[in-house]
Design a protein around this ligand. Sequence first.
Ligand code: AGP
Length: 607
Amino acid sequence: MCGIVGIIGQEPAAPRLLEALKRLEYRGYDSAGLATIVNGHIERRRAPGKLAALAEAVAAEPLPGTTGIGHTRWATHGAPTEANAHPHATERVALVHNGIIENFAELRAELSAAGYRFTSQTDTETVAVLITQLIDQGLEPVAASQAAMKRLRGAFALAVVFAGRKDLLVGLRRGSPMAVGFGDGEMFLGSDAMALAPLTRRIAYLEEGDCVVLDSNGATFFDESDHTVARKVSTTAASGALVGKGNYRHFMQKEIFEHPTVIGDTLHQLVDPARGAVTLPDLPFDLASLSRVTLIACGTSYYAAQVARGWIEKLARIPVETDIASEFRYRDPVLAPGGLCVFVSQSGETADTLAALRLSKALGQRTLGIVNVPESSIAREAEAMIQTVAGPEIGVASTKAMSAQLTVLACLALALARARGTLDAQGERRLTAALTAVPAAAAEVLDTEAAVRRIAADIFEARTVLYLGRGQSWPVAMEGALKLKEISYIHAEGYAAGEMKHGPIALIDERVPVIAIAPSDAHFEKTVSNLQEAAARGAKVIAVTDPKGARQLEGLAHDCLVMPAVDAFVAPILAVIPVHMLAYHVAVLRGTDVDQPRNLAKSVTVE
Ligand code: AGP
């Protein structure tokens, strides 16, 4: 997943391209580059590493030109070196790419045999050479781009400029997102609306298979049959303001401290506290007539979906399945007619989740997206969308979006139960009251930061950490392990506490901290037994619990992170906050790049 941007402008392109790339760095930061048209020729500046390195290169050797393209990379093919950095170019063509060209090897062999030479290990360079060959064979740039697109297999969003054509910018889209920005006598291309927001708020999106041809006066869209088509231009809500860190050291810390706010803002959209009732947006399907619910997501969003399975089955008494999107799309799923597939995604652009959405629609399922980016592909392609009101999430490790996702999913569970008659008005009032108490409780959890730092100092040198939980605490345990892995680089596993005896307990000795997600709920006693088995083998047990649980864990737990006592219904929403805080402070102690951890990117738009 990479960030791409293109400009046909009236002022120097390089600074504007760099500014736009700053808003796309969450999509990848292995290397970056620019290309502009200067006196009819293509000029490039590229640098390995983060965008700051490219900015230094451009400052050292300014890049003129008002038409250009830019790229920030998450490496798929080839190491993050300058040679592999985009834009890739020939004398005639320069382009930037987000996605994966699956048949690049055969194309590269064919082009090499025709005498074309390559300077990188990337799949992307093959496309630049292919378009060049087609131009060499007499096609005009646009026709060459469209012909090349038909030769490509895989996912791509491509922005292409051409030597000698200052007033031409071509965009090609299949499987990866691309937006067109409409300026006054200027035109723009970008991976998303946020990148273009400082340049324009008038945005259109390419659909699957689209080619768009930009000049300074506007855009012409072509579908994959090369027929001109119209694409809706709307005013984006994306803000041009670059989200800052405020007084926080990292975006992730800031976003952890936004948990209470985003839970409250999301509840404000979905719960009427006066009536004690959930108020979902109108949905194009009847919740009462659904035969089953399938929750599909990746990573943290998948763990939110797993927590929600407990709510929906328990309250609405409807069969629920959860699926990792990358598995769902290839397992030839048997989906009962009249089922609802729910796609949980912060970015709304995760390639596997988007592919699973398209498969579900093809299989006749009703579809609902729960997304944080309202103009994202999943939001636009699902039948309906409920937005998590979390605001832009910049830290690569998802935090505040997860608690917002859980809030939406809890409200969906209540709405399903009410529609199916398994929850009466009194029960709905009680549970919505429990939800409206969560923002204040979440703020209290944030006050435990001193205890979190203490525990982080205790475990940050561990080589492996186990997170255990039962029931809905099990996916919270897996989320805690994921967070620790992805930002501190410590190996961690989240496991169903009851499963330890079936193998993983062999991992335990005094060097292995065990983090137990153990609110004093119906699973508590059984979880305590598992913790005693772990402690008996030397494990240092640390409990995420509540005051009652902490009292009962005295003598067994080495330390506790104590959350306020809340209704068991909402305990999982609270429990993600301590595990996010713990991972953050461990990573800070280990000196890793908390906001942009190695090898990762915020939005996984490649499969
Ligand atoms: C979360 O901390 C990870 N960065 C990652 O697992 C993420 O949750 C996953 O890629 C799904 O992203 P999405 O919610 O944007 O679809």
